[in-house]
Design a protein around this ligand. Structure first.
Ligand code: MOS
Length: 726
């Protein structure tokens, strides 16, 4: 029943182009969209479950010392309180998603300020919150611990770097060179829906209604934390109100709810407050990046250096992969890229909105702007001259890469030729400037499974534990199945977000649509083969359209062919040699116009354009929306977004959306997105690459470069707030 496809060779089967339904690529609405915006979709903490108790996490007031609950008995006696739980399993760091287990450090010790250390369970949410606020946490025997990455001990990550040729020599010989250091702050994922879990036990079986991105991993993490077999755990997450990396792995409320439900014998809900989302789920590491670039007289890069410092808690394995796309974006034979991981006692660092490129390419693109200025070359032209023929480190071919086209087409669409000279265009108080940056992001295919059922009435159902975190999974999987089976979109039901269903790749790293979509494609391919067999025709001679099969000049309805039977197939895709044989990535270019107020230093983004190439576009509307979202993240990253930590103890000063500033509608100008036509046979039979995160990979750099063009001020310390611009 299971059809397997291991991507060991390029898929040259252009089947989707030959299908008759016209669904794949169409800008269809998300079927769950109206449910999500009308309050009809039920989110994790909205289930009305009988006898539900409520848990509230209590956190460490410092980052060292042994945890003691000072007034536990008094709190346990408060009205409505059912339990005060101090269980070492609560103290685990948030998990990292891709099965990379967070180590359990000394479970009785506090490691960062805000770390969950206890849970109070009560009859009502208000009683739980009141009791939790009354619980006093004493930290005994603690000593000051490093929280500042600049002064903390660090560990080099040689596997992430490269040392090729002689960069120092290239610097000495270069016609033009730059040596600049940039800093980017920590970012919070800040999804709209705060993390929440309702746990319910039936005997030894646990059901968790949660809000997560990668359910098969989340199930394993939860089982592992509780010390039970994964078969005992079912996670349901049909609707997820954004993840942005913070729901790749478990956040602390899931384990807490499961422990509390076991201990009280009742279903228990634990919902994070907004400050808790900021302080206990993962942050993006801040970065310090020294970039050195050298060019010859023709503006060809002879050397690239990027030395990054990032941070995480002691023992954590994740290090922000700053250099990920620097390895292949530009030519240059002398390359020295290095990554150091500082050990600090701030909350755990992990994947947030395009880990790596979001900060790495942004800074590289600011440095490229500085180099263009130093060399007297137009910024677009500098990039055009440095597109490498092959991967400059591995020598591998690129699977597909319309990078030059994105630069040219974007420049044309934006009107780049009218770029003013530095600090030369003024409208009253406002200085006007243009900026641009390249976009690049790795492409990944992940193992994924889906089951497709063609029912006797000629409708279809797609089932997988894949999630839709607002990215378009419900729409896209329905489009692929409809296309392959010749059904209108409305005749395909898509069921997601349940670990009882075949295990998918999950939503993360921009791999979701192509990986889970390929598993649906493979299942549908098997169904088509079976239909053809029933009809005694070659599958290639079979056209499926509007619920009918057309073959040998005959037309028959699917219902008639099925004759009361159903066909059920599972598709299973695995990455193979194509992931290693070539360099797979997505590319693009951003163009921005800003106005900077000469009196206040305020920057307004006036126009923004992005041209992107990411293989086949599976849904032109959801793809565009992802790009818009990424570019809006870029506005925040460039101008306002930063986690402000107290340098003494790692306390987060701005733990809510009132003080952690992200763009609102009034900050977002007209944004245009161009999706370039591309097919990538190496990526998958869908010939699609991941587009989810491409729009943020460099966007903020284009804005900061535009600020320079407007004002002549280089801000090398993100975000470019008013005080830094003036
Ligand atoms: Mo993403 S930061 O891999 O959800």
């Amino acid at each position: 029943m299971t059809e397997q496809l291991k991507m060991d060779a390029p898929a040259t089967d252009r089947r989707l182009d030959g299908m008759a339904q016209g669904l794949v690529g169409a800008p269809l609405d998300r079927p769950e969209g109206p449910l999500k915006v009308t309050g009809t979709a039920t989110y994790a903490d909205e289930y009305r479950i009988e006898n539900l108790a409520h848990g509230m996490l209590v956190r460490a007031p410092g980052n060292s010392g042994r945890v003691r609950l000072a007034n536990r008995e008094a709190v346990a006696a408060m009205p409505g309180v059912l339990a005060v739980i101090h269980d070492p399993r609560l103290l685990r760091n948030p998990a990292q998603g891709t099965a990379n287990k967070a180590p359990v450090q000394d479970p009785n010790e506090a490691h960062y300020l805000g770390q969950p250390v206890a849970l109070v369970v009560a009859e009502s949410f208000e009683q739980a919150r009141h009791a939790a606020q009354s619980l006093e946490i004493a930290l005994e025997g603690g000593a000051p611990r490093p929280v500042d990455p600049e002064t903390a001990a660090y560990e080099p990550q040689p596997a992430k770097g490269v040392d090729q040729g002689d960069l120092d020599d290239a610097m000495a010989k270069a016609t033009h060179s730059i040596d600049v250091t940039y800093r980017t702050p920590s970012h919070s994922s800040a999804p709209m829906e705060p993390h929440a879990s309702i746990a319910q036990w039936e005997g030894e079986d646990l059901t968790l209604r949660g809000s997560y991105q990668m359910l098969k991993y989340n199930r394993n993490e939860l089982a592992d934390a509780l010390g039970i077999h994964p078969d005992r755990v079912r996670i349901l997450a049909p609707y997820v109100g954004g993840g942005f990396g913070s729901k790749l792995g478990l956040a602390p409320e899931a384990v807490a709810a499961a422990i509390a439900a076991k201990e009280t014998g009742r279903p228990v809900s634990v919902a994070l407050t907004r400050p808790q989302v900021f302080e206990t789920t993962m942050r993006r590491s801040e970065t310090r990046q020294r970039v050195r670039l050298t060019v010859d007289p023709e503006g060809r890069l002879t050397g690239i250096g990027q030395a990054a410092l990032v941070s995480n808690l002691p023992g954590e394995v994740f290090s922000e992969p700053v250099l990920q796309a620097t390895h292949f974006l530009y030519a240059g034979e002398n390359r020295r890229l290095s990554l150091d991981l500082a050990r600090v006692h701030r909350l755990c660092a992990g994947s947030v909105r395009a880990p790596g490129e979001a900060v790495g390419i942004t800074v590289l693109e600011c440095a490229m702007d500085e180099l263009a200025e130093a060399a007297g070359i137009d910024p677009v032209e500098l990039r055009r001259r440095n597109i490498p023929e092959k991967d400059p480190e591995s020598g591998k071919e690129f699977s597909s890469r319309r990078f030059r086209e994105a630069l040219d087409s974007g420049a044309e669409a934006f009107g780049w030729k009218d770029r003013p000279a530095t600090r030369s265009r003024r409208e009253g108080e406002w200085w006007i400037g243009y900026g641009m940056a390249s976009a690049a992001r790795i492409n990944v295919l992940k193992e994924s499974r889906a089951r497709v059922t063609l029912a006797p009435d000629g409708t279809a159902r797609v089932e997988t534990d894949m999630t839709d975190i607002g990215t378009g999974t419900y729409a896209i999987l329905g489009q692929i199945a409809g296309e392959m089976l010749g059904l209108p979109r409305e005749s395909v039901e898509v069921v997601l977000g349940d670990t009882d269903l075949p295990a998918a790749a999950g939503s993360g790293g921009s791999w979701g649509a192509s990986s889970s979509g390929t598993s649906v494609y493979v299942a549908c391919q098997a169904i088509r083969a079976q239909l053809a067999q029933r009809l005694g025709v070659a599958e290639t001679d079979l056209t499926l359209r509007d619920g009918q099969a057309v073959f040998d000049n005959r037309t028959e309805s699917l219902a008639a062919i099925l004759n009361g039977d159903e066909i059920v197939k599972e598709g299973h895709v695995l990455p193979g040699e194509t992931s290693k044989a070539v360099r797979q990535a997505t590319f693009g270019a951003y163009f921005v116009e800003v106005a900077v107020n000469g009196v206040t230093g305020e920057t307004r983004v006036r126009r923004m354009h992005g041209s992107f190439a990411a293989g086949r576009i599976l849904n032109a509307k959801t793809a565009r929306s992802q790009c818009l979202g990424g570019m809006i993240f870029g506005i925040g990253m460039a101008l306002t977004e930063e986690m402000a930590f107290d340098d003494r103890d790692g306390h987060l000063a701005n733990h809510n959306l009132a003080e952690y500033h992200i763009p609102v509608n009034a900050d977002v100008p007209q944004i245009t997105v161009e999706l370039l036509e591309e097919r990538d046979d190496w990526a998958s039979p869908l010939q699609a690459k991941g587009i989810g995160e491409l729009g943020i990979c460099g966007a903020a750099g284009a804005i900061v470069n535009a600020i320079y063009n407007a004002t002549g001020v280089r801000v090398r310390d993100f975000p470019a707030t008013l005080d830094k611009v003036l």
